[in-house]
Design a protein around this ligand. Structure first.
Ligand code: ATP
Length: 382
């Protein structure tokens, strides 16, 4: 995505100077008249934990299956480690996949499951024992080596699947919603484990999920997909703090969107006009024209609430609205506020002090935020 005014992901960490592990060039997949993956160009670098994030049906699994070799692209080219994969069958690709369903061999012990791919590579004897032992250790299951999969919990089974996939020593590990079948607590535990494992072994992980928090927590970089297309590729803080499109703003977090018009550019600020908004401006992130209609967004935790009698810091974006809902969520309270022009803005206020009169539905309230946190979205003029 060009023209954002923030540093492209490639400049931010040394990871992306590493050689390209997965190169997708204009990859499209059609199933009869349905376009599941639409013209995707993307590079994943060696050693990255890279997530493809998007809603159900957006084409994530299809993309992964093409990289693994289970499907052929209708158009475009896939390169692994710089080599064109056209006509290369799955078993000849230096890739393994971990599925949501574990897919372990039920009649084999944990040890034999992990040994399976290693043996297929012709490794035997002491070396085989070493590799399997190390990988059971890696996923902290050494004491369960003799058990069958059915004698393990879901989380433990998924650890076996991860050990089995890594023991064969692939360059690239594909993970398709691997934590999808686990309950919330186990999911969080295994997220931490997966991060540790990936950082320890350094294998490139290409991870598919519809869970935005999971992608933000785990990944070096994230590609956000919608209806077969890439909406944005960037570091977690890029896609969260500076969403490029309405879709990304809404899918990752809460979409706080104000429809506005450009009234001028002064220095590093784009000045905006929106109905009933006293002051609205955003850092210049891309070229805009006077009078252009744009959509501006701000994350709810950046928005502060004030009584009408209080003055927010000078230069901040500010507007007055009417509280519609107040939702207590433990660490914070969520204020849903109707603002002039028919938009709704949400503010998260940390519950750092006891609040007895925190505003109630129907009450007027002032909302304000540092203009550095206003983000202009792409394509708002279309
Ligand atoms: P989920 O998170 O629900 O698994 P996804 O993002 O992985 O979704 P895909 O499974 O890649 O999405 O599917 C993308 C689109 O392609 C969907 O609309 C799906 O119905 C369609 N599709 C996938 N595989 C086939 C197939 N073999 N034949 C026809 N259509 C398919």
């Amino acid at each position: 995505m060009d023209g954002h005014g923030f540093r492209p992901a490639e400049e931010q960490t040394p990871d992306t100077h590493a050689p390209v592990e997965v190169g997708l060039h204009g990859v499209t997949k059609r199933f009869s008249d349905q376009v599941a993956v639409d013209d995707i160009t993307l590079q994943v670098h060696e050693g990255e934990f890279f997530s493809v994030l998007g809603p159900s049906g957006c084409g994530k699994t299809t993309l992964l299956r093409m990289i693994a070799g289970f499907e052929d692209p209708t158009e475009g080219r896939i390169e692994l480690d710089g080599v064109d994969m056209v006509g290369v069958p799955p078993y000849r690709r230096d890739v393994n996949t971990v599925f949501q369903s574990y897919a372990l061999f039920p009649h084999m012990s944990v040890w034999d499951n992990v040994a399976y791919g290693v043996k297929r590579k012709g490794v035997r004897g002491a070396q085989l024992k070493k590799v399997v032992g190390e990988h059971l250790e890696l996923v902290r299951l050494s004491q369960y080596a003799k058990r069958r999969p059915a004698q393990l919990s879901g989380g433990q089974q998924q650890r076996v699947a991860i050990a089995r996939a890594l023991a064969a020593g692939p360059q690239l590990l594909l993970l398709d919603e691997p934590l999808g079948a686990l309950d919330a607590v186990l999911r969080k535990e295994l997220q931490i484990e997966l991060m540790r494992i990936q950082r320890e072994v350094g294998t490139t992980f290409l991870y598919v999920t519809h869970d935005q928090e999971e992608a933000l927590v785990l990944s070096h970089r994230i590609a956000v997909m919608n209806a077969g297309r890439l909406e944005q590729v960037g570091y977690p803080e890029d896609v969260y703090e500076r969403p490029a499109t309405r879709f990304v703003a809404g899918f990752i977090g809460t979409s706080n969107i104000l429809d506005a018009k450009v009234s001028g550019v002064r220095g590093r600020w784009v000045e905006l006009e929106a109905p009933g908004v006293a002051r609205l401006r955003a850092p210049v992130q891309r070229e805009v024209r006077h009078g252009q209609r744009v959509a501006a967004t701000v994350r709810p935790e950046k928005v502060h609430l004030y009584d009408l009698a209080e003055e927010p810091p000078s230069g901040w974006c500010a507007l007055t609205g009417t509280v519609r809902d107040v939702v207590y969520t433990g660490v914070s309270t969520q204020y849903v506020v109707d603002v002039p022009g028919g938009d709704v803005l949400v503010a998260f206020v940390q519950n750092t002090r006891r609040i007895d009169d925190a505003g109630s539905p129907g009450q007027p309230v002032r909302m304000a935020w540092d203009p550095d946190f206003t983000v202009l979205l792409e394509n708002a003029d279309d």
